[in-house]
Design a protein. Structure first.
Ligand code: NAD
Length: 470
């Protein structure tokens, strides 16, 4: 759907008007485009005491094509960057220095042991934030607090969440801020995630905390084909005929996967229209029908699948006192129980291969609850529970399971929302705008990457840092 306000405020007259009366000015977000390099420009590097991740960062910067400058907190960066052959220098503020604005700020806080050492974080962001470009990226790296050796270290690492989320709210201008907790031993498994959070693919993901664990037998980053990481993989996507599901099909196919799209029989034509240009396979099934899981497993039997994305979902909104039992049941059944039945069938038959990926689409309604959505929020909170409860069990087969929780995304589902509520949903986030289906799709594509073997049981919101459920 068109966001008329966003288009207006980005016209010369609209920009002048909103400036003079102090209205929010959503930025046109920088999204991935085939004719633009994904990584371009300067990254300013900062670090706390005894950083553990600079070496891994140097590899990422070298392979991605960024150049870097070191803030004075990261003196160790200079010899590393020199060793990796990266062009480098000292950070200078945009107004003073020769290098102008920076594309990203990266802070390695992994060595911080005590709250008194958080001053280095202040020094870095105090000095650099104003030099960050529009739609720039902030990534803070720490250690998972729950794995820290002492209460003081746990405290200081946990404090980084407040910092990162506040940076996202302060920075505005389409800038995102996210925190990666990288476990000991997983230092060299963060590249796919770092690339995602530094790239335009994460345009609408901000204020998130992701934990990266060391995964046994994780492939080395140097072996990935970064442009087609899903080459040779087969991906099943439910609800693929339109909206977010169609965007997921496109994103996974663009990364090299063969996509098998599922949607209800009445949407067959739209489903085929989505899959045809992707050379994908269209399967018309109602995922809620009792016989469907076995039929899908049988249809996929020969070749199996590597990726399952549970995207199909419906809403039937009414306050609970006015809700029919049928509306309650169908939302729970399609949004939650059908996923459980389908996964059970695919796992039992071995159709979902070892080392595979499951990603379920939840919602911020499932985190915060929502008036008139007891059925929907119950189903979407259940999706989160499922992901959390299944992760350990699936780890034995090296299968990861994660959820994405979209906020307000511009689709036919949200076009049905009454105008005033729709406008509020669009503006109540750090980006002051709704997201696009591609934003959810790219986030799912990242979670299916072979380099994300150490991310499981987690929920990543795609909500522009919505105020709801924050
Ligand atoms: P949409 O209504 O545009 O698309 C949903 C698709 O799922 C449709 O193609 C539909 O035919 C299919 N589907 C529904 N029931 C099915 C069934 N029983 N079997 C097979 N296919 C079925 O919705 P969307 O906005 O693209 O949403 C996609 C997912 O994202 C849903 O799970 C939704 O709850 C979730 N979500 C959306 C938003 C948003 O703002 N749009 C926000 C949070 C979460």
């Amino acid at each position: 759907m068109k966001d008329t306000y966003l288009n207006f405020v980005n016209s010369p007259f609209g920009a002048r008007l909103v400036r003079s009366i102090g209205l929010p000015k959503p930025e046109v977000l920088r999204r991935q485009r085939a004719d633009r390099p994904e990584f371009d420009g300067l990254v300013a590097i900062g670090a706390g005491r005894e950083p553990h991740l600079l070496d891994a960062l140097a590899g990422v910067i070298a392979r991605s094509g960024f150049t870097s400058v070191a803030h004075e907190s990261a003196g160790l960066w200079i010899p590393l960057a020199t060793r990796h052959g990266l062009m480098t220098g000292r950070f200078e503020p945009a107004e003073a220095g020769p290098h102008g604005r920076v594309a990203a700020l990266l802070f390695d806080a992994s060595g911080i042991q005590d709250s008194s050492q958080l001053d280095s974080v202040f020094a870095f962001f105090h000095d650099t934030l104003r030099s960050l470009d529009t739609c720039g990226r902030i990534v803070v790296l720490g250690r998972p607090p729950e794995a820290c050796a002492s209460p003081r270290q746990w405290t200081a690492q946990r404090a980084l969440e407040g910092l990162t989320r506040s940076l996202g709210k302060e920075a505005r201008r389409g800038i995102t801020a996210n925190l990666l907790y990288v476990a000991q031993g997983a230092e060299h498994e963060a590249e796919a995630t770092l690339r995602f959070f530094l790239s335009p693919r994460s345009a609408y993901v901000s204020g998130q905390v992701v934990r990266i664990a060391a995964a046994p037998a994780a492939p080395a980053a140097a072996t990935f084909a970064w442009s087609q990481p899903l080459g040779g993989k087969r991906a099943l996507v439910t609800g693929a005929a339109r909206g977010i599901g169609a965007a997921i099909a496109n994103a996974l196919a663009a990364e090299g996967a063969h996509v098998i799209g599922i949607d209800i029989p009445s949407a067959r034509e739209a489903l085929e229209a989505t899959l045809r240009p992707l050379s994908g396979t269209a399967l018309a099934f109602d995922i809620a029908a009792a016989e469907t899981p076995a039929q899908i497993a049988a249809a996929l039997d020969e070749s199996g699948v590597d990726i399952v994305v549970h995207n199909a979902g419906i809403t039937k909104d009414k306050t609970i006192a006015r809700m029919t039992e049928a509306a309650w049941h169908s939302v729970l059944d399609i949004n939650l129980s059908a996923q459980e039945r389908l996964d059970d069938a695919l796992l039992a038959a071995g159709t979902l291969r070892d080392g595979g990926r499951i990603v379920s689409v939840s919602s911020i309604s499932g985190i915060a609850g929502n008036m008139g959505q007891t059925n929907y929020a119950t189903s979407k909170a259940g999706v989160i529970g499922r992901v959390q409860s299944m992760a350990a069990q699936l780890a034995a087969r090296r299968i990861t399971i994660n959820a994405v929780a979209p906020g307000f995304i511009e689709t036919q589902m949200t076009a049905k929302i009454p105008l005033t509520i729709r406008e509020a949903g669009r503006r109540m986030n750090s980006m002051s705008q709704g997201g696009q289906p591609v934003d959810v799709a790219q986030t799912i594509a990242w979670l299916t990457h072979p380099g994300c073997a150490g991310i499981t049981g987690q929920v990543v919101r795609v909500c522009g840092q919505s105020l709801i459920g924050a």
